[in-house]
Design a protein around this ligand. Structure first.
Ligand SMILES: NC(=O)c1ccc[n+]([C@@H]2O[C@H](COP(=O)([O-])OP(=O)(O)OC[C@H]3O[C@@H](n4cnc5c(N)ncnc54)[C@H](OP(=O)(O)O)[C@@H]3O)[C@@H](O)[C@H]2O)c1
Length: 269
C-alpha cells in the first residue's frame, strides 16, 4: 500500500492527528512521517508502530495530502528537502505564521490549505480556523476536515488575514484562560482554600460555564446577567472588574496578539 498521507514533522501536532486517524481505523501503512529527530522517531514507533523517515524520499510523491507540522523556523529547510516530490499533492499547513503563498511557492502547487489549531487539539478538544486558496476543491476541503477531525472542531474562513484573528482568539486563547484561572486559584488560596481545591473549583467552573454556554442559544451577556443579581456577590465582583477596566484590557491583549501574528506572517524584506 502506498502512503496517502505524509507529515513533514512528527512532533506534537502530527502525533495528535496521526494518533486520532489510526484510532479511527486508518492503517499505519497509509502514513509517511518525515522526522529528523531520532528519539521522536523512536516514540512514533513505540506509540503507533510507525517507521518515520529521517529525511524525505521519493515515496513522498505518492502522498495525496502533505501535512506541514514543523515549527515555522524549520519550514524553509524542510521545504527545500521535500520540494522535488510535492507538487501533485494537496498541502495542509498547521504552522503558525507561514503564509499560504509562501507554502504554495515552496511546494510548487496552488492547492494549499492553512489551519490555525490550538493546544486542546492534543486531546481532541481543539478548534482550528481554516483557509483555502482558490485552487482548493470541495473534495480537498472535505479531506482536510476528515484529517483534522481527531483534533476537534474546525471552521472555514473567507480571508487569510482572518487567521491572525483566529491566532489571537483561539490559538493564544488557552493561555488567557490559564492566566484567568491562575488568578482565580490564587484568590481562592488567599481566601483560605487549599490550593488543590481552589484549582478544582476554578477549572470545573470554567469548563462547566463553557459547556453551558455552548449548549445555550442565548447571548453571553444574557447568561452573565442571569447569574448576577443586583446587590449580590457576583454583582460585587463584576463591578470590581469594570472599575479595573478588565474587559478593555483583555480586548487590547487579544489585539496585541493579532498584531504580532500579522507581523510574524509578513514575508522577510
Ligand atoms: N502544538 C500545538 O498545539 C499547536 C497549536 C497551534 C499551532 N501549532 C503549530 O504547529 C506547528 C508544529 O507544532 P508542534 O507543537 O507539533 O511542534 P513540534 O512538537 O516541535 O514538532 C515539530 C517537529 O518537526 C521536526 N522537524 C524539524 N525540522 C524538520 C525538517 N526539516 N523536516 C521534518 N521535520 C522537522 C522537529 O524535530 P526537531 O525537534 O529535531 O526540531 C519536531 O519533531 C508549529 O508551527 C506550531 O506553531 C501547534
Amino acid at each position: 500500500m502506498h502512503p496517502t498521507l505524509a507529515f513533514i514533522g512528527g512532533g506534537n501536532m502530527a502525533t495528535a492527528i496521526v494518533g486520532g486517524l489510526l484510532k479511527a481505523g486508518r492503517p499505519a501503512a497509509a502514513f509517511l512521517v518525515i522526522e529528523p529527530h531520532g528519539p521522536q522517531r523512536d516514540k512514533l514507533r513505540a506509540d503507533f508502530g510507525l517507521d518515520a523517515l529521517p529525511a524525505p524520499t521519493p515515496a513522498l510523491a505518492q502522498a495525496e495530502l502533505v501535512v506541514w507540522a514543523v515549527k515555522p523556523q524549520s519550514f524553509a529547510e524542510a521545504a527545500q528537502a521535500a520540494r522535488p516530490w510535492l507538487s501533485q499533492a494537496l498541502q495542509l499547513s498547521v504552522m503558525a505564521g507561514v503564509r499560504s503563498d509562501t507554502l504554495a511557492q515552496a511546494a510548487g502547487t496552488e492547492r494549499v490549505v492553512r489551519a490555525m489549531p490550538n493546544t486542546p487539539a492534543l486531546i481532541g478538544r481543539g478548534i482550528a480556523g481554516l483557509f483555502a486558496r482558490e485552487a482548493v476543491t470541495a473534495l480537498d476541503r472535505a479531506e482536510v476536515e476528515t484529517v483534522l477531525a481527531p483534533t476537534g472542531r474546525s471552521l472555514w474562513l473567507s480571508h487569510e488575514a482572518q487567521l491572525d484573528a483566529v491566532t489571537a482568539l483561539s490559538g493564544s486563547g488557552p493561555a488567557y484562560f490559564f492566566y484567568v484561572c491562575e488568578a482565580m486559584v490564587q484568590a481562592g488560596v488567599e481566601l483560605g482554600l487549599p490550593e488543590a481545591q481552589a484549582r478544582e473549583l476554578a477549572l470545573a467552573t470554567c469548563g462547566g460555564a463553557a459547556a453551558l454556554a455552548l449548549q445555550s442559544p442565548e447571548p453571553l451577556a444574557t447568561l452573565r446577567e442571569r447569574v448576577t443579581s443586583k446587590g449580590g456577590t457576583t454583582h460585587a465582583a463584576l463591578e470590581s472588574l469594570r472599575a479595573d477596566a478588565v474587559g478593555a484590557a483583555f480586548a487590547r491583549a487579544v489585539k496585541a496578539a493579532a498584531a504580532r501574528a500579522e507581523e510574524l506572517g509578513r514575508p522577510a524584506p
